[in-house]
Design a protein around this ligand. Sequence first.
Ligand code: NAP
Length: 256
Amino acid sequence: MKTLDGKIAIVTGASAGIGRAAARLFASEGASLVVTARRAELLGMLVEEIEAAGGKAVALAGDVRDEDLQQRLVATAVDRFGGLDIAFNNAGGTVGYGPVTETSADDWRATLDLNLTSGFLAAKHQAPAMIARGGGSIIFTSTFVGHSAGMPGMGAYAAAKAGLTGLVQVLAAELGAHGVRVNALLPGGVDTDANPINFPDAPSETVSFINGLHALKRVAQPEEIAKVALFLGSDMASFVTGSAMLADGGVSITRT
Ligand code: NAP
């Protein structure tokens, strides 16, 4: 018996990084998947890989800021697989860096749209499908930034991601009686294209600085964060709701 046998899951941001690792892991643990991101070709490759390994996945390319996409993801889970049990709302990222005093209102709004409003739109359509099934698990990828560390240059991103942890608490209270659990996953630094350690011109000092922020003196591999999403999505976390779960390699408790 696998951890997610018989479960149906949506994974957003599945074309790369944490989302791709989670999609692979969820599928290998028996879940049927609806995966999304904007890059259709990468999603197609992921679906092929999952199917070749004996799993089930459907790709629906689009932008998570689009309410119509969020509706169609849920409808696809219901029509193709029979319902929705798990939603890993993971797509997100920064829209430029810079001090708050130099952040344009457009960049501020774009960051909130991508990281916070997308989560609201997702949950709005996912929750009814889960209620209809008697329960489920909604997970949002947040971050330690703006939760336990103020990182200069990341004001809009921090506000948006911290907004998710507020949304989680309200959703968990609203949906708990229906058996729907709602949690935020707060990674530390993760070795993906989004992390400055992987920017083409990242100086070695930046890489050492970011690694050194963590008690473990390294960033996470995406697969390590995917395992936490698996826990939160699965029945192993049956009494976990409304939480902001750190998986941050100790970055929050380190003073270097
Ligand atoms: P990544 O490798 O750059 O992946 C980001 C994913 O989000 C990609 O699949 C991307 O796909 C998708 N995406 C971005 N904008 C989208 C949009 N408008 N519509 C649909 N999909 C969109 O980065 P990652 O590190 O895995 O990031 C995943 C999550 O972890 C993000 O929410 C990020 O804020 C969070 N996080 C990352 C770190 C870190 O150090 N890497 C730390 C804490 C939290 P397309 O480009 O194909 O659309």
